[in-house]
Ligand binder design. Sequence first.
Ligand code: SF4
Ligand code: SF4
Length: 373
Amino acid sequence: MALHPFFQTPKLGFGLMRLPKDADGAIDVEQVKDMVDLFLASGFTYFDTAYVYDGGQSEITAGKALVARHRRDSFTLATKVNARVSPSKEEAERQLLTSLERTGAEYFDYYLLHALGSGNAPKYAEYKLWDYVPRMKEKGLVRHWGFSFHDSPEMLEKLLSEHPDAEFVQLQINYADWESASVASRRNLEVARAHGKPVIVMEPVRGGALADPPRRVRDILTAAEPQASPASWAIRFAASQEGVMTVLSGMSSMAQMRDNVSFMKDFRPFSAGEAAVMENARQALLSVNSIPCTGCRYCTDGCPMQIRIPDIFTARNRDIIFGQTEAARSMYSRITRDSGAADQCVACGQCEGACPQKLPIIELLRQAAEAFA
Ligand code: SF4
Ligand code: SF4
């Protein structure tokens, strides 16, 4: 499928969701500036933020590190409107103006309805955001619009049929989720392709997990190419798929930026041999029963018990994947010192409704409580 010339963007995008933090937990803006500069100097252009990332700090940092320091036509910037956090249609519409103020960008090259799925689609419809965003395009505040999506191929088919004017979609595509029932990377990509929509990839390293995969997966990748990082395999896998416009990598340090640009600067799609290695690694990963949490933190805001769900899952995975039981246990103690413990979950279900990965969080917390008792 030939992409529209506008969408022939370099294959690596900078996702601003997991920016580096300093010791106080604030975004390390100086480091982000260096990362932005290296990214642009390496020939890349696409930046992705969202109204809700880091409570608005991601957009503010995009303003300081990117917009204020570089010519507006030297980069493209994407952000997203989120109906879930807005109590009214008016407040949802106001997000665009707030995002423009925070970034100083004057317009957004790409504007997305955020994290569509069957749970929140009625809210996007109720607020008429499918009509509002194209109107903002007519006004020149948005150049192109689409939506990011976490749900089944059937739901994607429905949305793309109902909204054929959406110009692109953003999908979770990685080798761990390629055939999974809950994320269905391959099948969703096929639906987007059938509708002729360019695809922006999110979560290519699954919240960082594929940058540090289980030993048996790492061994397969290292044996095939000793110099290549596991992250490079994951990102190149996503970028090699037909119809993919760019792959967002949520880089959290200058070291990750250096690694990413090194293998994406002169991007070449997988050879048949590399695709076969990747398939072996994918099969090896399937045999490890870890918790597939991406660390997006959509689940934590409304938890009445202030349970740090993704952090508890990280501790659990340390035990499940690497067998580091004692390290996992002390990690869990640190996490729960000032926040809710796994056994304090009251099973209200708020988190499960917000989780794009559809994880059975209540049951997983019950298992964590048992394991760390
Ligand atoms: S189900 Fe448990 S973890 Fe989830 S929001 Fe409710 S109390 Fe928090
Ligand atoms: S449990 Fe789900 S919503 Fe929460 S951080 Fe993990 S993937 Fe995101």
